[in-house]
Ligand binder design. Structure first.
Ligand SMILES: *[C@@H]1O[C@H](CO)[C@@H](O)[C@H](O)[C@H]1NC(C)=O
Ligand SMILES: *[C@@H]1O[C@H](CO)[C@@H](O)[C@H](O)[C@H]1NC(C)=O
Ligand SMILES: [Mn+2]
Length: 377
């Protein structure tokens, strides 16, 4: 501190003590008000981004699983949390994913979410988007929990839509570990028939239950690395599906890859982006699923651990958040009938909330795809 500053501080301090200081008049509406007791003009009837209960992007909450739904409670797109993480092979914690992603979305306000790249605001378009909260899933029995989730998807997608034109509400699920996608695919199959899956992940997740987990029991075989194998066996998905961002090792040198192709998948590896770029990835995805209805599943571990440390099965050498968002936005125009973001385990996040912020923005991009292309039955 310079001598001059020191003198200024000293003289102010002395002035205060002498109670000689005079405050300038208060500006604007504060003038003539008792600053402590008069709250007359203050409006607290509308919330701010950080007040109230935390829904995704401050969207209205609807009790979508209620026995009776009134006209007022219809919706076109539903956010549904799936707090389930007992199907994992590495670190648990994704049962807190729905809460984490919602927390990461607090600064998204529907009324001021105009996209700088597209000029659109998907929250103020034709679709009514709501947050249904979480499906009630037992944490003590995976078989029952998945049946609960199957039912939640079935009930929520069977509600009358708000739009009279597009009759089937679509769901964006907040995982939960990746096993939860199986319920979403079962529900999608019932409503839309077989769909192509665009699967963003560092792992293939088509492992034969006999390979991943060693086939010790049927119960053990239904997990976050086998659900796409099961989806294929159940006839839910088309053979025009595709992985993007794969880099984790396989268990059997040739068998796993052969089985993956048999399950209907083509693969874009993580490092392919160095050669073909984000637009090359977009082109490959579009060509693969052309002409079919699409389900998009985003395992947050598709991102490098630098961009998404808070996940159960981290693999280094992944994509950046910007690359993933560019690719997702590039899928504009596809007939997306459902989507999810899974494997967010907030306990491993950092004070900057790197992972949940990324996950929330990924959900935002997925919502935008659903709004951009309404789908008729
Ligand atoms: C929901 O439906 C009502 C009645 O058709 C309509 O007025 C309203 O705009 C819709 N809401 C949204 C968000 O589109
Ligand atoms: C998918 O299966 C159909 C018939 O089942 C076959 O004609 C088609 O070539 C297959 N497509 C791919 C991309 O494997
Ligand atoms: Mn996965």
């Amino acid at each position: 501190m310079s001598i001059r500053n020191l003198l200024t501080v000293l003289s102010l301090t002395l002035a205060c003590h002498a109670r000689e200081i005079t405050f300038p008049p208060l500006s604007g509406y504060q003038q003539n008000q008792d600053p402590i007791h008069d709250t007359g003009d203050i409006d607290i009837t509308t919330g701010s981004a950080f007040s109230g209960l935390t829904t995704f992007a401050n969207l209205p909450h609807v009790h979508c699983l209620a026995a009776e739904v009134t006209e007022m409670e219809t919706y076109d797109i539903a956010i549904l949390g799936a707090p389930f993480d007992t199907g994992v092979t590495a670190r648990p914690g994704a049962r807190f994913g729905p809460g984490g992603i919602r927390r990461g979305s607090r600064r998204i306000s529907p009324e001021s979410a105009w996209d700088i790249y597209t000029g659109e605001n998907s929250f103020l378009d034709w679709a009514k988007i709501v947050d249904c909260g979480d499906a009630p899933l037992t944490f003590l029995d995976n078989t029952i929990a998945l049946k609960q989730l199957d039912k939640a998807h079935k009930v929520i997608s069977a509600r009358k839509a708000n739009s009279s034109e597009f009759s089937i509400p679509r769901i964006v699920t907040l995982g939960g570990d990746h096993t939860t996608t199986l319920s979403a695919l079962r529900s999608a199959y019932k409503r839309w028939g077989q769909v192509s899956v665009i699967h963003f992940d560092s792992h293939i997740d088509t492992w034969d239950p006999k390979v991943l987990g060693g086939g010790i029991s049927h119960y053990a075989g239904v997990n976050h690395g086998t659900f796409l194998h099961i989806a294929h066996e159940e006839g839910l998905i088309r053979n025009t599906s595709i992985h993007a961002g794969i880099r984790a090792p396989v268990i059997r040198r040739k068998g796993d890859v052969r089985n993956d192709i048999r399950c209907g998948f083509e693969t874009i590896k993580a490092r392919d982006i160095d050669r073909i770029g984000t637009y090359g990835v977009i082109d490959t995805l579009k060509k693969r699923v052309a002409g079919s209805k699409v389900y998009i599943s985003v395992d947050i571990d598709v991102l490098d651990p630098a961009f998404a440390p808070a996940t159960g099965t981290s693999e280094v050498g992944g994509w950046t958040t910007r690359e993933l968002l560019t690719i997702l936005d590039g899928l504009s125009g596809m007939e997306v009938i459902g989507a999810d973001v899974v494997e967010v385990a907030p306990i491993y996040d950092n004070p900057g909330e790197t992972t949940v912020l990324a996950a929330a923005e990924v959900v935002h991009s997925l919502l935008t795809l659903l709004v951009q292309r309404p789908v008729k039955m």
